[in-house]
Structures are given as C-alpha cells and as structure tokens.
Design a protein around this ligand. Sequence first.
Ligand code: GDP
Ligand code: MG
Length: 180
Amino acid sequence: MSVRRRTLLKVIVLGDSGVGKTSLMNQYVHKKFSQQYKATIGADFITKELQIEDRLVTLQIWDTAGQERFQSLGVSFYRGADCCVLVYDVNVLRSFDTLDNWHEEFLNQANPPDPKTFPFILLGNKVDIDGGNSRVVSEKKAKEWCASKGNIPYFETSAKEDYNVDTAFLCVAKAALANE
Ligand code: GDP
Ligand code: MG
C-alpha cells in the first residue's frame, strides 16, 4: 500500500478590481455565483482539495480584498507562490491593458527563482455578457499577449455560467504542481 503525500500549493489571483477574481474562486470552490459586488471574501485565501493522478493536492488560492485598487498587496501575499492566475474582463479594454503591470508586479514582488519558467495562467472572464457582443478583446489578441510572455496558457471563462472554470483551475493546479 502506498502512502499518499498531500501537497500544499499556493496560487495567487491578480487582475483589476471588478474583473471577477473573487467570483471565479467562489464558483470553483463553492459552486456559487453572486451578482452582488463584494470586494472581499473575508479571508486571505480559500482552499480546494483535488487529486491529480496519484497526488493529493491542496490548492490554497489567495484573493485580494479590494486592495488591488489602491495599495500594495504586501510581501506575504506573494511569498512562496507556485502559480499566478491573471484575470481580465473581455469587455473592458483597460483590464487587458493592465495585464503587463500585474505580470511585472508579480515577478518583482514574488521574485521566483526562474522568472522565465514560472507558471502563469491567463483567464479572459465574463464571456457570457451580451452573448459575447460587447467584448472588446478578441481571443486572438489575448493569445498574442500570452505568446509574448512565453506561452502562457489561456482560458475564456464565465464565473456566472460556470464556463471553463474547473478546466482552468485544473490547469492551474497542474502547472503549480509541476513547478513545486
Ligand atoms: P473582483 O473585484 O475581481 O474580485 O471581481 P468580483 O468577483 O467581485 O466581480 C465583480 C462583479 O462582476 C460582480 O458583480 C460579479 O457578480 C460580476 N461577475 C464576475 N464574474 C462574472 C462573469 O463571469 N459574468 C458576469 N456576467 N458577471 C460576472
Ligand atoms: Mg474580489
């Protein structure tokens, strides 16, 4: 009989305020969505247990409590991160344009041993809105950005409709595990 090791992986979620970071986490972990705007989930992180092949993994997913708007998130937020999830809203150009800043901010603050191979994942959220008619950032444009940063995996998601949320976070977990 094999003894299973449980692996704790730290994931941090970054992106402009309002893009749906907290909603994506809540959908993934609690299978819930709220239309109401809540700036915080009231905790530094939430956890999700999952099994990847023969490994038991605990994902510790760190949320911002609205500080992304105006203040630094602090070093403890970034310390020991195994994967960074970047989120933008496909309907808001500014949230796409600021991805460069979030990417750079992460690398500066978390200071991973090998910045070139550190796993990032990009999520283009809120693809449900207006049946996609109000989107201003195309999938092609998003994928070009990902290619320019060293082939970051990209997923289009809807926290509201639970579209691609599990798939995206499974990719996050696998990337974090590979980086462990
Ligand atoms: P955060 O500031 O990045 O954490 O964003 P929130 O998760 O608080 O979401 C901001 C607002 O967008 C809330 O009113 C959510 O209900 C809404 N929202 C989040 N994700 C989606 C989505 O996929 N589709 C739609 N239509 N609304 C969303
Ligand atoms: Mg939030």
